[in-house]
Design a protein around this ligand. Structure first.
Ligand SMILES: [Zn+2]
Length: 431
């Protein structure tokens, strides 16, 4: 019977005997208690190495009572489970030393069974909070955090991180410290694997950090968005690298600029009398952003803004033309906006910059200003169309990090966060 319990608990230690099991209240919780004993007869003293039975059959090593300890196990059938283990103590008559028999179930000076620890470690790879892990494993939150911290040594140091050929750089909001709210993240542009996370996105810090790395020269491309000043890393650290501006960010920049202009134009029409046209432009805002190649030119329908029988049946293209006929400024901006996004989709950088250089003079000034500003990033934008790399993979990583952050109710400690993110990305291997 007691051997069956041993089997159920998957304990293979032959010196351990299970005596009984019962339920008991421990810390106001009904707990399953397994009473067990650990004993054997050693051949030699651990301290002086003398043999257990000396000359004239005199015993050198004698049993010296038991040391009791309570080991935390995984919950059994939802019942918190502990093992009350009596470990044999020995005394050596020859060198007057004492020792206690150790078990493989737990590390020395620890009360959490090794397989519970392994369970905690595997749960730390999931996007769940430490509090939930503690509850699932019937341990305290501090135990979980302590175990998490113990993985800190597995994080490679500054010099140990290998840099890839294509380095995607970005940041995410962490609110970990007051001085820098953004955490820097970089990943391999080809495999999508996480490379590193750094506590600050400040340029000086990054330059100092990357200078320590032996393979700065290996980096051939830096992929970034237009918001941050990461392109300044190229002349300072990555001397062999070329800049690539993420092409989805270029499109987003264009989208935002066009949207802002559309809102201004809506307000202008509202104050200048043509309220009905303004409202139609407002309610169809999404259609202005739709890829002009995908606009339907063959199906005739009735539209909410142009209902029959007051209006004839129209195709999507005809409806759009009608909307644009209300404002020549909008028409002009619309055409510019779509010829630019089109050039990006076709990866035609020559055409893209041709359009930018020959923008019509009547174009709205603010809108035009944003477009002209893109010329600052000419090399990066041209490279975006020339090479296949974008920041898509790092954006996906950031989404995972956001989920983790939400499930953790925010990040509190930088190191803990870094370990969790490394675990999540499989950069720390637990054996
Ligand atoms: Zn001894």
């Amino acid at each position: 019977m007691t051997n069956d319990i041993k089997d159920l608990l998957r304990i293979t230690e032959k010196d351990l005997t299970i005596l009984s099991s019962h339920q008991e209240m421990i810390n106001h919780t009904n707990t399953m208690v397994i009473e067990a004993r650990l004993t054997n007869s050693p051949d030699r003293c651990l301290n002086c190495g003398c043999s257990a039975i000396g000359e004239e059959k005199k015993r050198n090593i004698v049993k010296n009572g038991f040391k009791k300890s309570v080991l935390r196990f995984e919950p059994y059938q939802f019942l918190p489970t502990v093992m009350r283990l009596a470990k044999q103590r020995f005394a050596c008559r020859s060198c007057k030393s004492f020792w206690t028999l150790q078990t493989q179930l737990v590390d020395e000076f620890c009360f959490i069974a090794t397989h519970v620890k392994l369970k905690i470690l595997s749960l730390l790879k999931e996007k769940i909070s430490a509090t939930l892990i503690a509850k699932l494993c019937s341990v305290s939150v501090n135990t979980v955090l302590r175990l998490l911290r113990s993985l800190e040594d597995y994080i490679p140091g500054d010099e140990g991180i290998a840099l890839p050929k294509v380095l995607m750089v970005d940041e995410f909001k962490s609110h970990l410290s007051v001085e820098d709210k953004m955490t820097f993240i970089c990943a391999d542009g080809e495999s999508g694997k996480l490379v590193d996370i750094l506590p600050s996105k400040k340029l000086d810090y990054l330059v100092d950090h990357f200078k320590k790395s032996p393979d700065c020269e290996r980096v051939r491309f830096i992929v970034t968005d237009m918001n941050a000043a990461y392109f300044q890393l190229i002349p300072k650290v990555f001397k062999n690298a070329e800049l690539i501006i993420d092409r989805f960010h270029i499109i987003k920049r264009l989208n935002d600029a066009f949207n802002e202009f559309r809102v201004r134009e809506f307000k202008h029409l509202m104050t200048n009398g043509n309220k009905s046209a303004a409202r139609k432009i407002k309610s169809n805002w999404r259609r202005f952003l739709k890829n002009s190649q995908n606009i339907d030119i063959s199906t005739y329908k009735s539209w909410r803004s142009f209902p029959t029988p007051r209006f004839p049946l129209l195709t999507e293209q005809m409806m759009l033309d009608r909307l644009l006929s209300y404002s020549s400024a909008l028409r002009l901006a619309y055409d510019c906006f779509h010829s630019l996004t089109d050039a990006i989709r076709r990866k035609d950088d020559t055409e893209f910059f041709d359009i930018l250089q020959n923008l019509p003079l009547e174009l709205d000034e603010d809108f035009r200003h944003i477009l002209v500003h893109l010329m600052t990033y000419e090399t990066g934008i041209r490279n975006a169309m020339k090479y296949p790399y974008s920041n898509g993979k790092i954006e996906a990583k950031n989404t995972h990090i956001k989920t983790l952050k939400r499930n953790l109710y925010g990040f509190k400690s930088y190191t803990n966060t870094k370990i969790r993110i490394f675990l999540l990305n499989g950069l720390i291997e637990i054996k």
